[in-house]
Write a protein that binds this ligand. Structure first.
Ligand code: 9D3
Length: 232
């Protein structure tokens, strides 16, 4: 069983986020568990303060270290990076992280049993969280989000579907590794003609060899056009 604990100031953001499709089925099968926790539950002052102004000046607010360290302590039993179980990962979602890849998602799916996801907000998170608590600082790509919450959903999704037994049919995972490195080929279903647009006749020819080489050629063409970086 892989457990995800999400630490956030917007726990309601995740209402229903994990109630659909593969993640729902994986939860139902007891393969994963996902829970969102309100960071403010680890405050003790009257105003339940989680952020403060940055030393050195500048715009915006910074998430304070203490509630985050207390959250991780209560969720894992420790709040020192060096003292976690090897299968425990404490992730900070942040624009300063390593960019998420399929290889990293696979590493989590095969090695991790407990993943704590800390969602950044405001201008950032006190760097002592990164220095002494976090095992992995992860970004989901080079664009600006308003916070780490959408990135946490992406990470849970990418990892969960790689857990053995999470995908309904085996072929999806097989095909994925088979065509790795290229974008997918185009797909068609009925009707044969739609608004004057035809399904490529080769797909209805029954010649499996010709269909396979058409798909390879189309995948290459689409990759060259949309993702030339993948061909290098
Ligand atoms: C002004 C400089 N910005 C840093 C690039 C400030 C800033 C922007 C966005 C601070 C926090 C955020 C919120 N984003 C995330 O927390 C985040 C994120 C993202 O913005 N892009 C891709 N992956 C991620 S993971 C978390």
């Amino acid at each position: 069983m892989l457990s995800f604990d999400i630490v956030t100031i917007f726990p309601d953001f995740f209402r229903e986020a994990f109630d659909y499709g593969i993640i729902r089925r994986a939860r139902g099968a007891g393969l994963v568990e996902v829970e969102a926790h309100d960071l403010r539950q680890w405050t003790s002052d009257k105003h339940r303060q989680v952020d403060d102004r940055p030393f050195g000046g500048g715009d915006g607010m910074v998430l304070m270290p203490e509630p985050i360290f207390d959250a991780v302590q209560s969720l894992t039993g420790s709040s020192e990076r060096g003292s976690f179980e090897k299968s425990t990962r404490v992730v900070l979602l942040s624009p300063q992280g390593r960019v998420l890849t399929q290889a990293l998602a696979r590493e989590f799916a095969t090695e991790a049993e407990h993943v704590v996801l800390i969602c950044g907000r405001y201008e950032g998170v006190d760097e002592r969280v990164v220095e002494a608590l976090v095992t992995d600082e992860i970004s989901i790509g080079d664009y600006v989000l308003s916070g780490g919450e959408p990135a946490a959903i992406v990470l849970v999704d990418a990892i969960t579907r790689l857990i053995p037994g999470a995908l309904g049919n085996e072929t999806s995972a097989v095909n994925e590794s088979f065509s790795e490195g290229l974008l997918d080929y185009p797909h068609y279903t009925r009707p044969v003609e739609f608004r004057g647009m035809q399904v490529p006749p080769v797909l209805m020819s029954g010649h499996h060899g010709e269909i396979a080489s058409w798909r390879r050629e189309q995948a290459l063409e689409k990759t060259a056009r949309n993702r030339p970086d993948l061909l290098k």
